[in-house]
Design a protein around this ligand. Structure first.
Ligand SMILES: [Zn+2]
Length: 133
């Protein structure tokens, strides 16, 4: 994760047209969620220590987002960290006759019923191109 963060600090800065040098302050910063400590690690499981720059604390986004149950991605083309709720946890809507399932209960202006994601998939429905990401 430190790699992704450094890409964010250095690689993205290049893409945005500038570079900046900074002093990283490592002061033993800890992260807790509901009082339980999160130990950030990189993709290989090695510990990654949070740091601060000029009083702003930088946390490894993957560790924090995963603690919230989010999926983390990186879009190289747009230099965007993407955080997504796993599909299985999103509300899933279906119509009586549709071949797709939706996350937006107002998609296409139809009348939708909320069902468990597993039900929609079990019915053989495909994700809606418009509202399922
Ligand atoms: Zn839809």
């Amino acid at each position: 994760m430190v790699t992704l963060l450094l890409v964010g600090l250095i690689g993205t800065a290049v893409a945005a047209g500038y570079q900046k040098q900074a002093t990283l302050d490592y002061t033993g910063i800890k992260i807790t969620l509901d009082g339980k400590e999160i130990t950030p690690t990189d993709a290989n499981g090695a510990a990654v220590e949070p740091f601060a720059i000029s009083g702003t604390t930088y946390l490894p986004v993957r560790a924090v987002a995963n603690a919230f149950g989010l999926e983390v991605g990186w879009d190289q083309d747009t230099s965007t960290v993407t955080l997504d709720t796993p599909q299985i946890k999103k509300p899933t809507y279906i119509t009586r006759t549709g071949s797709k399932y939706h996350n937006d209960p107002t998609c296409n202006g139809g009348t939708y019923w909320e069902v468990p994601y597993s039900t929609a998939v079990g019915m053989g429905l495909e994700p809606c191109d418009k509202c399922v990401h």
